[in-house]
Ligand binder design. Structure first.
Ligand SMILES: N[C@@H](CCC(=O)N[C@@H](CS)C(=O)NCC(=O)O)C(=O)O
Length: 205
């Protein structure tokens, strides 16, 4: 199996941490795709993922699966003897899914938009609108406030244990640092949770 990814990009990082938590990193060959050089925009790459994004999982028979959480879902189902990260019971699965969607819409996506629209990183392939980037920053800051309150009496985001929701929130906060989004001094619960996540050996992959 291969995963086409970019080591510095946040979506592939979510997959790497997911695999590391399951002890499956060595099942996969990681192939680097240089986004700045546009290696994801070539016809060969588009044949793997018509959306031209990383990551992409390529199975040994050549079948490709794109989308971070779809790739994570594949490994969750294909390796049932590894620690589950997407919930065990119907209720847990629903709770993880609820959080994944909140995190995607109100945290990860606006962080990505803030990055794309204020850094100029992809200015060769999009029209950055600084005001929109700043609006997205505000959305992210509001979500940090919400998360801080949520974590006041919890060790993990949901299900009383480590799940993909923790991975996605953690990687989003680390990505946000690139555009100077930081946990505020008074967000002590969020900071304590962040330190717990950072202390996990898998946070380094
Ligand atoms: N919804 C996709 C988003 C993937 C995505 O946006 N990946 C970024 C890197 S983190 C990318 O490939 N950007 C390249 C580009 O937009 O040209 C997922 O969850 O995998």
């Amino acid at each position: 199996m291969k995963i086409f990814e970019t080591a510095t990009a946040p979506n592939p990082r979510r997959v790497r941490i997911f695999l590391a938590e399951k002890g499956l990193l060595d099942k996969v060959e990681f192939v680097q795709v240089d986004l700045l050089k546009g290696e994801n925009l070539t016809p060969e790459y588009a044949a793997k993922n018509p959306m031209k994004k990383v990551p992409v999982l390529e199975l040994d028979d050549g079948t490709c699966v794109a989308e971070t959480m779809a790739i994570c879902r594949y490994f969750e189902e294909a390796y049932p003897d590894t620690p589950t990260l997407l919930g065990d019971t119907p209720l847990e699965k629903a709770q993880v899914e609820q959080w994944l969607r909140w995190l995607e819409f109100f945290f990860f996506m606006p962080t990505g938009m803030c990055f794309q629209h204020t850094s100029g990183y992809f200015k060769d392939r999009m029209n950055p609108i600084k005001e929109w980037g700043e609006e997205c920053r505000t959305t992210v800051e509001k979500f940090c406030h919400f998360l801080n309150k949520h974590l006041a009496d919890k060790e993990y985001i949901c299900c009383d244990r480590y799940t993909a929701a923790d991975i996605n929130a953690f990687t989003t906060l680390q990505f946000g640092r690139v555009v100077n989004i930081r946990i505020k001094d008074d967000q002590t619960h969020l900071q304590a949770w962040y330190e717990r996540m950072k202390a996990r050996p898998t946070s380094k992959v």
